[in-house]
Structure formats: C-alpha cells, structure tokens
Design a protein around this ligand. Structure first.
Ligand SMILES: C[C@@H]1N[C@@H](C#Cc2ccccc2)[C@H](O)[C@@H]1O
Length: 443
C-alpha cells in the first residue's frame, strides 16, 4: 500500500459506543434553513430552476440583493419545539441542521462574522433554540457546516496564486477553524459534524491543515462523529484515500443516491441524505418534477438499513419558519408506519440472505425482519438460506404477532435451503408490512 500521512487514520468501522449509537439510528432528519428560504427559489417573480439554497449563484440573482436578504429574516412562525415533536413522531433518531450553508449566513451568533442571525430582525440564536428543542425530544443533533463560504472575504475556490490571495486564504482557514471550535464549544451536545462544500481545489490542497483540524476537533470532543467528506489525502483523494480506505467515520457519498447492493458499501458505515422533490434542499416555493411519496421514502429507509446505512430525509422550512404541508404530510405518514414497524429499523443491520424481489431483510439478534413492498401474487415469500447458516424457527406478523407458516420450497440446492413464508390470502394491507422470522444458529 502507498505510505500516507494524511489518509485514513483507522481501518474498518469504529467500535465505540457513540458510533454504535449512530449506527443504530436508522432514520434521521436533515434540515436546510437559511436566508435562501426568503427567496424560496424565485427572484422578482422569476423561477429559479436550480436547488433553492444555491440561488445566490444564479446569474439572475443580484449578489448584493441576496447578501441583504438577511435584513428581512424574521421567522415569526418558527417553533423549534413543534419541529422537534414532528421529527419525533416521524421516528427520526437524529437531526442534521445547516449551521452555515455555502452562502455563509450563520444561524448562530458567530463572533467571527457579522453575517449572522444576530444582525437580523429575529436577533435570537436560532441554532440554540433548535438544538435545545431536539435535545429535549431525545433526538441527537449533528451540525452541517459548509467549508465553501461565498460571503467570507478570504474564501477562494481556486488555489490562491498571488501573495495577496495566499494571505487572504490563510485568514479564511483561520476563520473556518475559529467557527468550528466556536460551534463545538457553544453547542456541546452536538454529536458530530456533517461537512459539505469541500470540493474546491483550494480546500483539497489544505491536506495538513484539514487533517490537523479534524484531529483537534476530535480531541476537543471524544466520540465526535465526522464523515468522509471533510478532507482529502495528500494525493487529493476524497472520501477514500489513495489506498482505497475510507477517511472519516462513515461514507458521505450517497447524496440523493442509494447503493444497489451490500457490495457497494465496502464494509463501511454510510448515510444516504435524500430530498423529497428531485433536487431541492432549501425551501423552494414551486416544486417541479417528481415529489416522492411516503411509500418511496419508506422503501429507501428500509433499503438503507438492509445494507447497514442510515437514511436521512431532508426538510426545507420556509422563510417564516413553517414546515410546508407536503413535508408535514410525509412526516405523519412515515411516523404512522414507524409506529407499527420501527422494530425492523432501529438497531437493525444487514443479513447475508439472497436478495428477493418482494422486499428487504433486516436483522437484529435472533430476529430477521422481512419488509414486504411487492407482495407476490402467490403469497409465497421466497427465502433462501445458505447451508450451515441460520435456521428458521418460527414466523409471525410484526403488527399483530399472528403466525405465518414456513414451508419447505424444495429444489434441493447444493449449498442452500429454500423456504416459503406463506402470507394468508385473506391478509389485506395497503401498506408495506413486516414479517418476523425468528432464527437459531444452525447446529
Ligand atoms: C447536502 C447537499 N449538498 C449541497 C450540494 C451540492 C452540489 C454542488 C454541486 C454539484 C452537485 C451537488 C446541497 O446544496 C445540499 O446542501
């Protein structure tokens, strides 16, 4: 392997309690909220076709007009407790909040810039209200932080060339470090940092600085969880270093995407962060294209957990602090499903059984959960178990514990046994449903 100073500092999954707790969450909530929510994907009546939180980059958006939006930011409908209660009902075990997106606006009163919530009509520390409300609901808080900062004078995307630019970028690096230390100091209950906006060449080049900063943050907060997107190795490799080893504690590569199979996750922890519309994170008042249903989202959730990942669903509150009706409806529908079926999610992980067309397997201890999305016409759930693997003991519906027959499905394969779990023909369900298969280790 290639000798590296700044590649992965740990091989394999973290085994500490903090990471195990993260691993068991299954479902998270992402919240993108900032001054872009005031624009809501429009400017002077024109529709912005991009992602709403990127509207400042739109050629139709005057930069000074955008940079003065904060003077209007006064979310009078904002109610952090209501947000946290809704997330609790949905079944989210953690929440990632944008402290600062690429535009540089800080929802906390940072000492290192004036471009913060403190200098808006709202004045109060939004981040404090959100962190406290989610803490009270027992939902772990993670802080999203964008290294890209279009507002900060020393920020550069390209590698600084002139002496003056180099000085400016050094100041920007210190500014970035100052804000991160400030966040970890002032919001000590935050369990981790979700970094974004780290693809600039100027940042990728800061190999030693970023590695030292990550070490400093981890030393400040033992157990802190930081994903693979924060830094690059000395060859400019991101997420996976020059030896193909994952940097950080989990892979942050699945943005609006999901692995196809367990092979795609390379034995690492990972999260999928997902939008409800096709590609809107911040509030856009006019969603176009496909809007995912709760069926789609529950499928993605179970699929993620079945491959050892967490599924993080994004919400984009509007400029007054309201969670929009579409998101409220989905939070309710997902919560209704989780109320019955969350045992198949929380603390569950991948189980090595042949993938079946009817849905997904998740496992916890001596229980395998079969979540059915595509009910077979013959009501037979195929189950193939490698010889010497686990042994089926009994099966029943998770919802009401009613027994489910397990019948031998013959075909006498060389290295595996085949079974069918029989769904009673009179069993009716308009929702994805879960059958529990209790197993014993084959003697
Ligand atoms: C979590 C998500 N990452 C951000 C991005 C992006 C992006 C930027 C360029 C090309 C493709 C994607 C989005 O604005 C949102 O914050």
């Amino acid at each position: 392997s290639i000798p590296l100073q700044h590649g992965a500092h740990r091989l394999g999954k973290r085994t500490d309690a903090e990471m195990q707790k993260w691993r068991e969450h299954g479902l998270g909530q992402f919240i993108h909220w900032g001054v872009y929510a005031i624009a809501g994907g429009h400017w002077q009546g024109k529709y912005y076709p991009g992602a709403a939180e990127w509207i400042r980059s739109w050629e139709e958006m005057p930069k000074d007009a955008y940079d003065n939006l904060y003077k209007e930011f006064n979310p009078t409908d904002f109610d952090a407790k209501q947000w946290a209660k809704q997330a609790k009902y949905m079944g989210a075990k953690y929440m990632i909040i944008t402290t600062k997106h690429h535009d540089g606006f800080c929802i906390w009163p940072s000492k290192y810039t004036d471009y913060t919530i403190k200098n808006t009509p709202y004045k109060k520390d939004l981040l404090r209200e959100i962190v406290d409300a989610y803490d009270k609901e027992g939902i772990d808080v993670y802080l999203y932080f964008s290294i890209i900062d279009w507002h900060e004078k020393g920020y550069r995307s390209a590698i600084p060339e002139t002496a003056e630019e180099k000085v400016a970028y050094e100041e920007f690096k210190q500014f970035t470090r100052n804000q991160l230390i400030e966040l970890l100091t002032d919001y000590p209950t935050a369990k981790g940092l979700w970094f974004d906006g780290t693809w600039d060449k100027a940042w990728i080049e800061q190999v030693q600085f970023a590695d030292d900063l990550e070490k400093e943050m981890r030393a400040m907060r033992p157990g802190l969880i930081i994903g693979s997107r924060f830094r690059a190795d000395e060859n400019g490799k991101r997420h996976f270093d020059s030896n193909g080893d994952l940097m950080g504690d989990y892979e942050q590569g699945w943005e609006r995407d999901l692995p196809n199979s367990i092979a795609d996750v390379n034995g690492n922890d990972w999260d999928c962060v997902m939008t409800i519309p096709e590609n809107q994170w911040g509030y856009h008042s006019e969603w176009r294209g496909y809007v995912k249903t709760s069926f789609d989202l529950i499928d993605m959730l179970v699929r993620s957990v079945s491959m050892d990942g967490n599924f993080v669903l994004n919400f984009g509150p509007d400029g007054k602090g309201n969670i929009r009706p579409e998101e409220t409806k989905l939070a309710k529908e997902i919560g209704d499903w989780m109320k019955i079926n969350s045992e198949a999610i929380y603390g569950c992980s991948y189980v090595n059984l042949k993938k079946q067309g009817w849905g997904y397997f998740t496992r916890k201890d001596n229980k395998i959960y079969l979540t059915v999305f595509n009910r077979p016409i013959n009501n037979m759930l195929n189950l193939e178990i490698a010889k010497g693997g686990v042994k089926p003991v009994k099966a029943y519906f998770l919802s009401d514990k009613k027994g489910v027959d397990i019948v031998n499905a013959g075909r006498n394969k060389q290295n595996s046994s085949l079974y069918n779990l029989v769904i009673p023909a009179d069993f009716i369900s308009g929702q994805p449903f879960v059958i529990v298969l209790e197993i014993s280790q084959s003697d």
